[in-house]
Design a protein around this ligand. Structure first.
Ligand code: NAP
Length: 228
């Protein structure tokens, strides 16, 4: 039984991951709202999930969340950096020139620096041979880069670059780090027209996360390596 820590576990892909992993593993997830988090814990069939309150955009909140986490489990085997935002939504494509600069800052603060905040607080607490999965997006892929949603795209491109850097710097501690794209998933962010259900996407992610042949420093979707 592994200890899995998932950010943004209260809805969407994160909640799906909590449901999948908690069938056979110990899961601690983050949420920003206690009532919402408790409702999820109560709704699960298995008694393997708990939560800490954390806003990945705020240093103190991440530090307090990790302190709380340490009081619940002795170490983390798999960290899944899932929490993320997309402003404005996919349906409101805005050109790069018209992009609001505050939304650039906010998106980077959550999608990129938020992941670094969590890694800074948590990696000293991770054992050798543990794993980090950064939930990125095909929208951050340089190859075939498209238009619109500049803030989101760049925040994920930067996250992918950070994955490479972290994978090399944490190699000494034998912590493996990868970015993955979960596919286009039916969530608040992905919308109703998305091609994958949360269950389909999260089953794939769990299979990858637990695979004996877990690579490092790669960008993948469905276990297949993607070009950066
Ligand atoms: N859905 C897709 O098609 C798709 C495709 C590619 C990549 N992704 C990536 O997959 C991940 C999950 O996406 P999703 O579709 O599940 O999105 P979602 O339904 O919008 O859920 C986002 C999650 O992130 C959390 N979050 C947002 N800001 C946060 C903050 N400051 N601190 C802590 N948690 C925060 C949310 O918590 P609150 O409820 O508190 O806001 C929520 O749990 C994201 O990184 C996204 O970029 C999604």
């Amino acid at each position: 039984m592994k200890n899995i820590f998932i950010t943004g576990g209260n809805r969407g892909i994160g909640k799906g991951l909590v449901e999948q992993f908690s069938k056979n593993h110990n899961v601690i997830f983050t949420a920003r709202d206690t009532n919402q988090a408790q409702m999820i814990v109560d709704s699960l069939e298995h008694d393997n999930a708990d939560y800490v309150i954390m806003d990945v955009g705020v240093n103190e909140s991440v530090q307090n969340g990790v302190k709380n986490l340490k009081s619940k489990i002795s170490s983390v085997d798999i960290l899944i950096n899932n929490a993320g935002i997309l402003i404005p939504g996919l349906k409101h494509k805005i050109s790069a020139i018209d992009t609001d600069l505050d939304s650039m800052m906010e998106t980077f603060n959550i999608n990129t620096i938020g992941v670094l905040r969590v890694c800074k607080a948590l990696t000293p607490f991770m054992r050798t041979n543990s794993r980090i999965i950064n939930i990125s997006s095909g929208m951050g892929q340089l190859e075939g880069m498209g238009t619109g949603s500049l803030a989101y795209r760049l925040s994920k491109t930067a996250l992918n670059a950070m994955t490479i850097v972290l994978s090399q710097e944490l190699m000494e501690k034998k912590i493996k780090v990868n970015s993955i794209c979960p596919g286009w998933v039916k969530t608040d962010m992905g919308g109703h027209d998305a091609s994958l259900t949360i269950q389909e996407s999260t089953e794939n992610i769990m299979k990858f996360a637990l695979d004996d042949n877990f690579p490092s420093g790669k960008f993948l979707r469905n276990g297949e390596v993607l070009p950066w």
